[in-house]
Design a protein around this ligand. Structure first.
Ligand SMILES: N[C@@H](CCC(=O)N[C@@H](CS)C(=O)NCC(=O)O)C(=O)O
Length: 262
């Protein structure tokens, strides 16, 4: 049996759900409320000591880290392979997925927290907020979230994170000059992995980064038209979270335009 401990709108969770959907696999859902600190509870830390989602449990075997989970799924269920057969294309795929772990995911987390999630955190009592922040095991992530909650889009971390994402978008636009998909002529784990990050940009009011770039605009339209996008991403949209994004989208759009023009 496949079980997934995940969160409705977490990008890393959506990444794994997309792979499960693309491969047509059934799974049992365990949802966590991240803002309530569910990922920090002792029983969850036994599965995932990093206090993050997702965690896959396959026949009682635990696998953590979304990129590792996606490759694990592709290793175990070899029908509908999602990694290119060609070694060079496979290396390209890994260069994309590696970038997520080496800065793009953190930049997305920073931007999301500075624009939107801080407003959810600020509704907590001072004690609950402190408990949540203190419960983040990684010092770097703890500081990032602390600053986002305190300063929002004026946090010193906001502009560099936004510029990192803008550079990513430019890199993707360039990569799509040579091929229809990120790593070559077929949809692969890299395309699946970036899908939730692209919809997050739209949700945050940062879609203007994508619009003027025709290849990435076409690629995202193709990603969002796949059946896996509906079942693994859109069907999990949380109306309360969408409302938080909506409330802060316009100010984020204006602020981002100013930063990226400078
Ligand atoms: N490198 C990890 C990152 C996981 C991660 O950062 N997950 C976020 C949601 S996308 C999380 O669980 N955050 C915990 C929190 O918000 O308390 C992976 O790819 O699985």
């Amino acid at each position: 049996m496949i079980e997934l401990f995940h969160n409705d709108m977490s990008v890393c969770s959506a990444k794994v759900r997309i792979v499960l959907a693309e491969k047509g696999l059934g799974w049992k859902s365990h949802t966590l409320n991240l803002r309530a600190g569910d990922a920090q509870r002792p029983e969850y830390l036994r599965l995932n000591p990093n206090a993050v989602v997702p965690t896959l449990v396959h026949d009682a075997k635990v696998v953590v880290e979304s990129a590792v989970i996606c490759e694990y799924l592709d290793d175990v269920w070899t029908e509908t392979p999602l990694r290119p057969g060609n070694p060079l294309a496979r290396a390209r795929m890994r260069l994309w997925t590696k970038q997520l772990d080496e800065g793009v995911h953190a930049a997305t987390g920073t931007v999301s927290a500075c624009i939107a999630f801080r407003h959810q955190h600020m509704k907590k009592s001072a004690e609950d907020l402190k408990r949540y922040i203190d419960g983040i095991p990684q010092p770097e992530r703890r500081e990032r979230i602390q600053k986002a909650v305190e300063f929002g889009m004026d946090s010193p971390t906001f502009a560099p994170a936004l510029r990192r994402l803008d550079r990513l978008i430019a890199d993707i636009e360039r990569a799509l000059t040579d091929s229809d998909w990120l790593a070559g002529e077929s949809y692969c784990l890299a395309d699946a992995a970036y899908t939730p990050y692209m919809i997050r940009l739209e949700h945050l009011g940062l879609g203007d980064m994508i619009k003027p770039r025709p290849r990435i605009a076409d690629w995202t339209a193709r990603l969002f038209a796949r059946p896996s996008f509906k079942t693994a991403v859109a069907d999990w949209f949380n109306p309360e979270t969408l409302a938080v994004f909506e409330a802060h989208r316009e100010s984020a759009r204006e602020k981002a335009a100013r930063i990226l023009k400078a």
